[in-house]
Design a protein around this ligand. Structure first.
Ligand code: AHR
Length: 489
C-alpha cells in the first residue's frame, strides 16, 4: 500500500477559518427557491410559512453559516419592492436569465430573512447594480436595517415586521463583467464607489460591502478593482470559478456518466482554485498588504450538462462521489487560504448545479457534497494550522489533499484521497500537542455512486476504522475515492 506523511504543527497558526467559508448560494433559478426551498404555505410538504422543514433541518445539521440570495445573474434584474407586501398583489415577471419562467415574487425579502432565521445563518444579499438604481439599493438597506422613523422602516412595519433585521453581507452587483451589465473594470469600479456611498450603516448594523471581483483568471479585473477600492469603501471582493470538466460551455460533460480520465481532469481543474487564490491574493497583497479586504468566493463548484429531459435553463444536475471529492479539495484549499478567503458559497444550495440538497415532490436527497460539508463543519471558527502533505501523484494531480485546524484544544484534520484505485495510508506527525485519542468519519463509495430518491442513503458518512495512535503519530488508511474527518484530542 502507498504511504505518505502529513506534518502538522498546532502552534503554527496560519489564520482563523471564518465559518462563512462553508456557505451556500441560493438563486431564483430553476427549482432552487420555488419547488425547492420554498413550497408555499398551502403545500402538503411540511413547512413553516412556506419554507420546507426538512431542508431547514438539513442546513442546521451542517451548521450552514451564510446563505447568498437572490442571485447570481437574477440579482441584477431583481427589484426588491416587487417582493414585499400582500403576495396576491406582488408583480409577476419573467425570469429572463433562467428559462423564461414566470417569477411571481412570492419569495421576497421577508421570506428570505425568515429562512435565514429558521436556519440560524447569516443572510448575504446580492444587490442590483446592473439594472437598478442607487436609491433602490440604498432604500433596501434602510427597509431591512433601520429601527427609527423613516419611509422605508414604516413600510417594513406595515408589512408585518416591527424590528429590523441584521444584515452584514452586502454584494454590490454580481458578475458585472458579464450578466450584470457587461461593464469594463474601471466603469464598474466607479459605479461601485457611487453605489456603496449610499449603503449606510443604520444603528448598530454594520455592513460588510463586497465588490464584484474577477471571473476565474481575469487578473486584470482584480488589478483595476483593487486600484480603485480601499478598506473604507469595500470589505471584500468576490471571485467566481466553476469547474467545467470539458472546458467547453456548449458540452460541459455529464454529471453521472463520465470516464476515469474525465474524473481526473475534473479534479485537476478544480485544484486550479489554489492557483487562482494565490495569484489574485498576490495582486491584493500589493494594494492591501494587511489583508483588510477579504476574498469572497461566492460562486464555486462543478457545472455539468443538465440531466436529460430537464429544462436547460434550470441547471439541474446529479451529484456523485466525484462532486464530493471536488468539494473536499476546495474546502481544504479555502481553509489553507483563510488569511485572505473570508467566505465561499457553493453554487448552489438546492436543485441547481453542485447542489447540496436535491428535492422531488416531497422527497429530499442529501448529496455526497452535502456529506462533505457535514464532515468539515468542525473547521468552522477554528485556527488553521501548518499542514504539509507529502506529494504522491496520481497522473498529474496530488492524490491526497489535507487541511488542519484547532478549536478548543481539539485538532480537526480533513483529507481527500482523490485516487480511484489506491488506498493510501497517511501517517500524521503532530508537533505542538500530545494527542491522546483520535476518532474519524469517512465518506467513501465508487466515484459514480450517488444518492437518488429511490436510494437516498447510498452514499453516507461511516465511522473511519483502523486508526492507530503511537506517540505523536496518527496512522490511518484513506480508502480510494474518499473524504474523511479526523478528530484528534
Ligand atoms: O450559478 C449560476 C450562475 O452562474 C449565476 O447566476 C451567475 O452569477 C453565474 O454565471
Amino acid at each position: 500500500m502507498e504511504k505518505i506523511g502529513v506534518y502538522i504543527n498546532t502552534k503554527d497558526v496560519k489564520g482563523h477559518i471564518d465559518p462563512e467559508i462553508f456557505g451556500n448560494f441560493s438563486e431564483h433559478l430553476g427549482r432552487c427557491i420555488y419547488n425547492g426551498i420554498y413550497v408555499g404555505e398551502g403545500s402538503s410538504i411540511p413547512n413553516t410559512r412556506g419554507i420546507r422543514n426538512d431542508i431547514v433541518d438539513a442546513f442546521k445539521k451542517i451548521k450552514l453559516p451564510v446563505l447568498r440570495w437572490p442571485g447570481g445573474c437574477f440579482a441584477d434584474e431583481y427589484h426588491w419592492r416587487d417582493g414585499i407586501g400582500a403576495k396576491s398583489a406582488r408583480k409577476k415577471m419573467i425570469n429572463t436569465n433562467w428559462g423564461g419562467v414566470v417569477e411571481d415574487n412570492s419569495f421576497g425579502t421577508h421570506e428570505f430573512f425568515d429562512l435565514c432565521e429558521q436556519i440560524g445563518c447569516e443572510p448575504y444579499l446580492a444587490g442590483n447594480l446592473g439594472s437598478g438604481t442607487v436609491s433602490e439599493l440604498s432604500e433596501w438597506i434602510e427597509y431591512i436595517t433601520f429601527d427609527g422613523v423613516s419611509p422605508m422602516a414604516l413600510l417594513r412595519r406595515e408589512n408585518g415586521r416591527e424590528k429590523p433585521w441584521r444584515l452584514k453581507y452586502l454584494g454590490i452587483g454580481n458578475e458585472n463583467w458579464g450578466c450584470g451589465g457587461n461593464m469594463r473594470a474601471q466603469y464598474y469600479a466607479d459605479e461601485y464607489r457611487r453605489y456603496q456611498s449610499f449603503c449606510k450603516n443604520f444603528g448598530e448594523n454594520k455592513l460588510y460591502k463586497i465588490a464584484c471581483g474577477p471571473n476565474a483568471d481575469d487578473y486584470g479585473w482584480t488589478e483595476v478593482i483593487m486600484q480603485n477600492l480601499s478598506p473604507w469603501t469595500a470589505n471584500g471582493i468576490s471571485l467566481h470559478y466553476y469547474t467545467v470538466p470539458s472546458g467547453n460551455w456548449e458540452h460541459k460533460g455529464s454529471a453521472r456518466d463520465f470516464s476515469d480520465e474525465e474524473y481526473y481532469t475534473t479534479i485537476r481543474k478544480t485544484l486550479y482554485m489554489d492557483t487562482l487564490l494565490t495569484r489574485h491574493g498576490q495582486i491584493m497583497d500589493r494594494y492591501d498588504p494587511d489583508k483588510n479586504i477579504g476574498l469572497v468566493v461566492d460562486e464555486w463548484g462543478c457545472w455539468y450538462d443538465v440531466e436529460d429531459g430537464t429544462n436547460p435553463g434550470f441547471l439541474y444536475q446529479q451529484n456523485t462521489m466525484r462532486d464530493a471529492i471536488v468539494a473536499a479539495c476546495n474546502l481544504n484549499i479555502f481553509a489553507a487560504h483563510c488569511d485572505r478567503v473570508v467566505m465561499a458559497n457553493i453554487a448552489q444550495a438546492v436543485n441547481v448545479l453542485q447542489a447540496v440538497i436535491l428535492t422531488e415532490g416531497a422527497g429530499m436527497v442529501l448529496t455526497p457534497t452535502y456529506h462533505v460539508f457535514d464532515l468539515y463543519k468542525e473547521h468552522q471558527d477554528g485556527d488553521s494550522v501548518y499542514c504539509f502533505t507529502e506529494k504522491l501523484t496520481e497522473g498529474d494531480i496530488p492524490a491526497v489533499s489535507c487541511a488542519a485546524s484547532v478549536k478548543d484544544g481539539v485538532l480537526t484534520v480533513t483529507a481527500a484521497n482523490c485516487s480511484l484505485n489506491k488506498d493510501i495510508e497517511i501517517a500524521i506527525d503532530i508537533a505542538g500537542t500530545a494527542p491522546s485519542g483520535c476518532t474519524g468519519r469517512v465518506l467513501n463509495a465508487p466515484v459514480r455512486a450517488l444518492n437518488d430518491f429511490d436510494a437516498p442513503d447510498n452514499v453516507t458518512i461511516k465511522p473511519l476504522d483502523g486508526i492507530s495512535l503511537s506517540g505523536n503519530t496518527v496512522k490511518v488508511v484513506l480508502p480510494a475515492c474518499s473524504a474523511a474527518e479526523l478528530t484528534i484530542k
